[in-house]
Design a binder for this molecule. Structure first.
Ligand SMILES: Cc1cc2nc3c(=O)[nH]c(=O)nc-3n(C[C@H](O)[C@H](O)[C@H](O)COP(=O)(O)O)c2cc1C
Ligand code: SF4
Ligand code: SF4
Length: 255
């Protein structure tokens, strides 16, 4: 009998959610429940039982998992519950993000059966890794999913060491933020979606740069396509990041 599986994700740009769904499909876990940590702005926590499975996916921000994800995951408790950890990154590097996610889940009572880092479109500079995940990525994701499903069935937790440094690197900050333009109809969708409440209700074209974590959820949710990045700092950042992302990174997994 298939276990009760829950996909737990924070995916403002949508790639992590997609990769989590593909993973569950390949594992034969169609119909998994979803715990969307972006939509649950006032998340009060969740508890998993030993016979369930949690597939937990986070984006990589500056080689770490975003602080808001770590905060929310501290309230997601396992009870010897099998878990899979996945991070999704924009073809530069995932550095300490996967080991950080794995450490968090283990500390919260989950037992890891697999951990993987997958490449997807860069949410701030969407021409980077635009076509990822591609067919090669999906083959690797499928192999990972099948191995994880088998390991859970046979009760064989993760044995490999996960890549990353336990003295996690520092979180970064970006000196710009997206904002709205004249196409904005003040519908409020971005205001309701922003996980850190950086968009004022009475002036939704604006963004509080001190609060904004550049997750890009507001750009994705705007029905008018009114929110975007622009300006000199954004363009200069693009030159640097495109150079850093110019190679082809292959997904990696640990079982
Ligand atoms: C603030 C921020 C920082 C990022 N830092 C990295 C990084 O360190 N390495 C990388 O390869 N991609 C980085 N990216 C790209 C994301 O990891 C990538 O677009 C990922 O697919 C986003 O997942 P999502 O679509 O589920 O939100 C960053 C994106 C953002 C928004
Ligand atoms: S304003 Fe910033 S933090 Fe809020 S949704 Fe937009 S990009 Fe994310
Ligand atoms: S989602 Fe778009 S149209 Fe709606 S308030 Fe935000 S910027 Fe304006």
């Amino acid at each position: 009998m298939a276990p009760k599986v829950t996909e737990v994700f924070f995916s403002p740009g949508g790639s992590g959610e997609r990769i989590s769904g593909l993973f569950c499909g390949f594992a034969g876990w169609e119909g998994a429940e979803k715990l969307d940590l972006l939509r649950l702005r006032d998340f009060k926590g969740a508890a998993f039982q030993p016979g369930e499975v949690a597939v937990v996916t986070a984006p990589v921000f500056f080689g770490r998992i975003p602080e808001i994800v770590a905060r929310k995951l501290r309230d997601v408790k396992g009870d010897g519950t099998p878990a899979i950890a996945m991070v999704v990154y924009g073809n530069r590097d995932y550095e300490d993000a996967l080991i950080e996610l794995a450490d968090l889940l283990t500390a919260n009572g989950f037992v890891l059966y697999g951990a993987g880092a997958f490449v997807a479109r860069h949410s701030i500079y969407p021409t980077i890794a635009k076509e990822r995940p591609d067919e090669e990525d999906k083959k690797i994701l499928r192999a990972f999913a099948l191995q994880c499903a088998e390991k859970i069935k046979t009760g064989s937790p993760l044995e490999a060491s996960i890549k990353g440094n336990r003295l996690y690197r520092s979180h970064g900050r970006i000196p710009f933020a997206p904002k709205g333009n004249s196409k904005c109809t003040a519908c409020g969708a971005c205001v309701e979606t922003c996980p850190v409440r950086a968009i004022p209700k009475d002036a939704p074209r604006r963004t509080d740069r001190e609060l904004c974590i550049n997750c890009t959820a507001c750009i994705r949710v705007c029905p008018e396509g009114a929110r975007s990045y622009g300006g000199l700092l954004y363009r200069l950042g693009g030159i640097k990041i495109k150079k850093a992302c110019s190679g082809y990174r292959t997904p990696e997994f640990f079982v």
